[in-house]
Design a binder for this molecule. Structure first.
Ligand code: NAD
Length: 477
């Protein structure tokens, strides 16, 4: 089998490889992917450092053309790349193709942003002096990504890094190297000079840790768990390095008595269970007021019965497998914890077998949960959600905000008053009204508050904040 290698200083390299396994069919090896060493990582950082002076001064048209080419190729290959994504991560084919299209759109967006770079010229408070404010590239950027969005998250970090003139060392999650390899290959062939974008696949404890320990990374943009995010933060203080951290969530979806029941059920089922609940913006706390509680639980249970859990590539599958055995164990452990805490398992939660050996779990819905239970406070990152019964809107808002996280927050209501109040008072980076907590646009800011995020926003023009550094220049006329 061919080994998909790392890209370091423009050369494909690496003989040590690991198997990329399909969670829908564990007999299938998606491919063999290089597992880089600490020395590979250091070489990649050195290559990115050497490439920085020229790339940081490259013309905006060159950057535009490369990013546009990449976006166009990803779009042209959306079905093939979507199938690769579905095979390595386990989300359904339509979800995977949707994510691939989004990656393409992100490259198109930043291809445009490259042409819109601008500064400000302002008068000085002193006579005969001019002031210019410009944004300059930050330097070598370390990009560390999780497994749950294998093409979109790499895209939304790599595209702005290159657009604003930075060079990159990119380390994808071990479970999903395939899509990362594909987009690096596409960008490399699109004409990036050697060393501008380096790919080092491999272990977090080896490749990732070597990146954290390096004094040569000017910034690290990280998406992943809270624990790893904290390590990135601590190491970065020591190196005076800029960081952008996107971490966990325990997102609430409030359902009020006046909600349209169909809208509420569709939004809640999507938020909690689509993409197998493996989204940082997934809602695992369904906070429901008394007047609609029983009708909502009945309708949700009916909806769950209609969802097929099966092979990600099979037509008609609504929910794919859990990503791997370790995550499956975590999900099952939390289902047991929920039972022991006194929540009632109203639906699902059992392992199921299908035609192929995979990590198939029937989505689990708890009722009679409280917001103090561990299943309501800790991120599970699987198809497990709890219904928390509350008296009224005020209690719903208080419960929604009573969490260490603050990524996305949703409400289902027909009341303008409550929707408006919730938008203003939800302690979250993103608020959704009558929409799932997950599912966002690619051209506007993405990020959270409290324990979910640290640093400036990702995506849209707000990405410039992290990927550039501001300079203020004064000239005597
Ligand atoms: P993880 O923290 O285990 O891994 C994330 C990345 O960090 C991987 O590439 C991993 O190899 C690397 N890593 C591990 N140890 C490291 C170390 N010592 N030094 C440097 N890098 C290291 O997270 P995961 O399991 O891949 O992803 C799931 C988590 O990601 C969930 O908590 C989820 O909420 C979060 N997530 C957040 C967002 C968001 O935008 N907020 C989006 C997607 C996923």
């Amino acid at each position: 089998m061919t080994i998909y290698q790392n890209l370091i200083a423009g050369e494909w390299t690496g003989a040590d490889a690991v198997e990329n396994i399909n969670p829908s069919d564990t007999k299938e090896v998606v491919g063999l992917y290089a597992s880089g060493s600490a020395a590979d990582t250091k070489n990649a950082i050195a290559a990115a450092k050497a490439a920085f002076p020229a790339w940081s001064r490259s013309g905006i048209w060159e950057r535009h053309v490369i990013l546009k080419k990449a976006g166009d190729e990803i779009m042209a290959r959306k079905d093939e790349l979507g199938a690769l994504l579905a095979r390595e991560e386990g989300k359904t084919l339509p979800e995977a193709i949707g994510e691939t299209i989004r990656a393409s759109q992100i490259f198109e967006f930043f291809a445009g942003e490259a042409l819109r770079l601008a500064g400000e010229v302002v008068p000085s408070v002193r006579p005969n002096i001019g002031v210019e404010i410009t944004r300059e590239p930050l330097g070598v950027i370390g990009i560390i990504t999780p497994w749950n969005f294998p093409i979109a998250i790499p895209a939304w970090k790599i595209a702005p890094a290159l657009c604003y003139g930075n060079t990159v060392v990119f380390k994808p999650a071990e479970l999903v190297p395939g899509c990362s390899w594909a987009i690096v290959d596409i960008l490399n062939r699109a004409g990036l000079p050697k060393g501008v974008l380096n790919l080092v696949m491999g272990k977090g404890s080896v490749v990732g840790q070597t990146m954290l320990d390096s004094p040569d990374l000017a910034g690290i943009t990280f998406t992943g768990s809270v624990g790893t995010g904290k390590r990135v933060a601590v190491s970065s203080i020591e190196h005076n390095r800029k960081i952008q951290l996107e971490m966990g969530g325990k997102n609430p979806m409030v359902i009020l008595d006046d909600a349209d029941l169909n809208v509420a059920v569709e939004a809640a089922a999507n938020s909690a269970f689509f993409s197998t609940g493996q989204r940082c913006t997934a809602s695992s706390r369904l906070i429901v007021t008394e007047g609609i509680h029983d009708r909502f639980v009945a309708a949700m249970t009916e909806k769950l019965k209609s969802l097929n859990v099966d092979h990600a590539l099979k037509t008609g599958t609504h929910i794919g497998p859990v990503v791997d055995e370790r995550q499956l164990k975590t999900d099952i452990d939390y289902i047991e914890i929920g039972r022991q805490e006194g929540a009632k398992l109203a639906f699902g939660g059992e392992l199921i077998s299908r035609d192929t050996p995979g990590f198939y779990l029937q989505p689990a819905l708890f009722t009679e949960a409280t917001n103090q239970m561990r299943i309501s406070r800790e991120e599970i990152f699987g198809p497990v959600a709890s219904v928390i019964r509350v008296k009224d809107y005020d209690e719903a808002l208080a419960v929604a905000n009573d969490t260490p996280f603050g990524l996305s927050s949703g409400i289902a209501t027909t009341s303008l008053k409550h929707a408006t109040h919730f938008k203003r008072n939800a302690e979250a980076g993103m608020v959704m009204v009558n929409l799932p907590t997950a599912g966002v646009d690619f051209h506007v800011p993405f990020g959270g508050r409290k324990g979910s995020s640290y640093g400036s926003r990702e995506q849209g023009k707000y990405a410039a904040e992290f990927f550039t550094v501001v300079k203020t220049a004064y000239t005597l006329a």
